[in-house]
Design a protein around this ligand. Structure first.
Ligand code: PRX
Length: 631
């Protein structure tokens, strides 16, 4: 592997190298950069197309890149239809376990049947190509079925994470102008049923464009159903309209597959638009190469399908690659901290992909829980969502991977569709580093002028090229897409990720964290602006600021500063009330750790809150350049 690498390095074993789908990173990387379009054409050849593309990359209208233009495909053609013609028809596509312990399995044949039936239900409700269906569900198979059914008929889905609450849901329904909402009465989390339908009901009151709401009965808890608007999923699936025959719509490569919202620097969330063609190629290629996918694997991405990790690596990439996907509904430590390890043993999971926050959370219960189970089926591990601290990395490697499983620390974003910086199983690993760019990608760490940082120096992370999985735009807001990602390095044509990073002497990339007003809490991405507007929507609050401070388990935690309206008095109860208010507007993950009452907030002369100053003060650090601070 060339000269000796610096620092703490873990080299792959002979066994790992021998079985790897890609054995030499450097050679293929070089080729992928020299002939990027050739590389991506080759990968696209792995998939079925109704009609092949005319052009691999159309860059005539930068930064609105298009991939595989002229091509016709539908992600379902590759994720389901093509498997039905092979022995994989009877292979398990999905193994699902509910938190109470109930189990459901679907072969590709069965998945196709359910998806086709639900496609016909959606059609009967008037859903057409190009419509956006909002999905707000717990982690149950019907969530996957609903997503796939939308894709199959050429409609787009907008999945809103089931942990979000009324305001977040209403805002997203409104932005997407959805007519149809698919939801459930609830799901199970830590032994208790959640109340999704009642949140959905409140959201529908705030955003009246929903005409049809389809509700899955999961918990059987009572919930209000409105006549002529709300229908039970199982009722509809039993009607003659829900036939098991449905043609897959032949979409253009650039037709919208889904939107997924990310939090932004202003209050409004951004609907990232992904498309059928490029996304199919990018997610399946990254999955196959990075996780060395074989037909005998049992793949478990322990994320929520409601986030990009779940979209790309629970649903689409593994199904395109014909994998058996594991999915689990509930909390990792319910009823005991061995729940995950018990399932790894029970189902013979071979690859586990999760987040640093989950690893830290399970690590704290000690080694005895995993040791109680035979988890030797595992051959590869993965991490995503935030930088993994070396201590958690080493525990994961030693206790879960038994020192034989390489850890794929994958850096990417909702916007990128799939892995951008990642090792392969053959890459020598350094704990805490996502290592090297994936094929076709050139990554830089630069200063504001675009000058490359020296080895070890911190700078802004940029991607210097387009890639097939990239978000095409922000729904209804092209200008914001350009301004957020492409404006600062317009001259160079680089994509700005919003993260800071450094590159060491060996060319290994170390991502440090967000540099914008985005907070990563337990790997979930939240905007300070959304938290602040939730606070300001409370009757007692006049102004608010939210910042992130380090937290042992969550990575970051939310801390808030609140200016009360005249006449309001501070109290412990009010602080508690405000924390709960944010949770009920946005969701429990957004609940602030602390609420501090203040008389003023540090602001620039143009009125922008200087969160950097609040953070430095809270950490007892130097406040830095205060020249723009208002008196
Ligand atoms: O800050 C980076 C962090 O997560 C951000 C993207 O968040 P989201 O769109 O929610 O997607 C998360 C799952 C892909 C990035 O800007 N991030 C993600 N993966 C890593 C990471 N930070 C460090 N190391 C990672 N492996």
């Amino acid at each position: 592997m060339g000269s000796k690498l610096e620092g703490d390095v873990y080299y792959p074993s002979e066994e790992v190298i021998n079985q790897a789908n890609v054995k030499n990173y450097d050679d293929l990387y070089k080729r992928s950069i020299e002939d990027r379009e050739g590389f991506w054409a080759e990968q696209a050849e792995e998939l079925d197309w109704y009609k092949k593309w005319d052009k691999v990359l159309d860059d005539s209208n930068k930064p609105f890149y298009k991939w595989y233009t002229g091509g016709k495909t539908n992600i379902i053609q590759n994720a389901i239809d093509r498997h039905l013609r092979t022995w994989r028809r009877n292979k398990l596509a999905l193994i699902w376990e509910g938190e109470p312990g109930d189990v459901a399995t679907y072969s590709y044949h069965a998945l196709n049947r359910e998806v086709s039936k639900f496609s016909n239900v959606l059609k009967s409700m008037g859903v057409q190509k190009g419509d956006i269906v909002t999905i707000y569900m717990p982690q149950i198979p019907e969530l996957v079925i609903a997503m796939l059914a939308c894709a199959k008929i050429g409609a787009a889905h907008s999945v809103v994470y089931g942990g979000f609450s009324v305001e977040a849901l209403a805002e997203r329904i409104e932005d997407a102008k959805s007519r149809v909402l698919v939801t459930a009465d609830g799901g199970y989390r830590r032994g208790k049923p959640t109340q999704l339908k009642s949140i959905a009901n409140d959201a529908m009151k705030r955003s009246p464009n929903i005409e049809v709401c389809i509700c899955v009965k999961r918990t059987g808890e009572e919930c209000y159903m409105e006549n002529d608007r709300d229908f039970w999923y199982h009722d509809l699936m039993g009607l003659p309209i829900a036939s098991a025959n449905c043609e897959t719509e032949q979409t253009d490569a650039e037709d919208m597959l889904f939107i997924l919202y990310t939090s932004g620097t202003t209050g409004r969330p951004k609907g990232q638009v992904h498309t059928h063609g490029g996304y199919s190629v990018y997610t399946s290629t990254t999955h196959r190469m990075v996780f060395d996918i074989k037909d005998e694997d049992r793949w478990w991405c322990a994320a929520d399908p409601g986030w990009i990790t779940g979209h790309s690596y629970i649903v689409y990439a593994p199904l395109i690659n014909g994998s058996t996907v594991m999915m689990y509904e509930g909390a990792p430590n319910h009823p005991y901290p061995s729940r995950w390890w018990q399932m790894v043993e029970k189902y013979g999971i071979t690859i586990l992909y999760t987040s640093p926050t989950a690893i830290r959370g399970l690590m704290r219960f000690g080694d005895a829980w995993p040791k109680r189970h035979d988890i030797s089926s595992l051959r590869l591990l993965g991490s995503v969502g935030e930088p993994i601290n070396p201590e958690a990395w080493k525990w994961y490697h030693k206790i879960i991977g038994n020192e034989k499983c390489p850890i794929m620390d994958t850096w990417w974003q909702t916007e990128t569709g799939g892995f951008m910086i990642t090792p392969l199983p053959v890459t020598p690993l350094k704990p805490g580093s996502a290592t090297k760019p994936f094929f076709g990608n050139e990554v830089g760490v630069v200063n504001d002028e675009g000058k490359e940082a020296k080895a070890g120096e911190e700078g802004k992370l940029v991607i210097k090229n387009p890639w097939p999985g990239m978000a095409r735009t922000i729904l209804n807001d092209e200008e914001r897409y350009v301004n957020t990602y492409w404006k600062n390095y317009e001259k160079q044509g680089w994509y700005e990720a919003g993260d800071s990073a450094r590159i060491d002497k060996d060319g290994y990339i170390w991502v440090i964290g967000r540099i914008d007003d985005v907070i990563k809490v337990s790997g979930y991405r939240l905007g300070t602006a959304e938290i602040e507007s939730a606070l300001v929507s409370h009757a007692s609050v006049s102004e608010a600021a939210a910042i992130a401070l380090p937290h042992e388990l969550k990575g970051n935690a939310i801390h808030t500063f609140v200016i009360l309206k005249a006449g309001e008095t501070e109290s412990k109860e009010l602080a508690e009330d405000l924390r709960n208010h944010v949770a009920s507007e946005m969701g429990p993950i957004a609940k602030p750790e602390t609420v501090k009452f203040v008389d003023g907030l540090p602001k620039t002369r143009s009125g922008k809150i200087m969160r950097r100053v609040l953070k430095a003060r809270a950490l007892g650090q130097d406040e830095g350049d205060l020249s723009t601070l208002e008196e």
